[in-house]
Design a protein around this ligand. Sequence first.
Ligand code: BTN
Length: 265
Amino acid sequence: MFTLSVESIASELKTKFIGKNIFYFDEIDSTNSEAKKKAAQGAAEGTVLVAQRQSGGRGRLERSFFCPPGGLWFSIILRPAFAPADAPKCTLMAAVAVVEAMKYFGVEAKIKWPNDIQLSGKKITGILTEMSASLNYINYVIIGTGINVNIDNFPPELTDTATSLSNELGVPIDLNFLLSNVLNETEKLYISVLNGGFADILQKWRQNSLILGREVEVMGVKSGENFIGKAIDIDEDGALLVKVGNEVRQVLAGDVSVRFKTGTE
Ligand code: BTN
């Protein structure tokens, strides 16, 4: 079994600032919650918090997230100079970074808008981006990522919908090497955003998308906002564009599932 070690993570880092400062926890409620505290206390851009397990892992839409030992549960603190309205696109950036990092292990995972990464039709990664901002200025963005790496058993309510890298590959994966790769990819992408905006990320997101060109069911944040259509693109705001008849709907928040003749993914 691979155990997390700050030294091992650092030994594979090729970054200038992401991961230069790493806080490791055997157990914590949520690395995102702790990252907020550290960011408010002035932690530097690129600070990373990683935990062996989380007792109160948080997901989108106030959901809890299953975070036993064997997974990678980590948060990155960023202090970008772009507008607060652009911050949600950090989720797309983080998703691309994870998918690119998994390619080093021969894994071709796909991104399901807005924040899931899937493999073999099951969720393997979730991303929760949170921020503190005033009207025109971002104080900090926290990108929290949970990757199911070496997890052999899921609770019954997750067995149909979640998988792990070790389940899919049949061997355990080096957590430290995977995290270093994700941090290396994240910094490359982040620097490209700071230099030239999100166009490059959006293009890479499209190339790694699970849903573009497919029929999806969109579950809106409020009940009664569900509809079915064809996912055709994401726009420059990171919103999903779904064609329903002749109309194109812009989806800014919610969940999607891919529809098959026999069910959903
Ligand atoms: C989701 O799929 O809804 C998002 C899940 C995000 C989980 C990660 S694990 C590290 C970080 N800390 C948290 O409490 N949540 C994120």
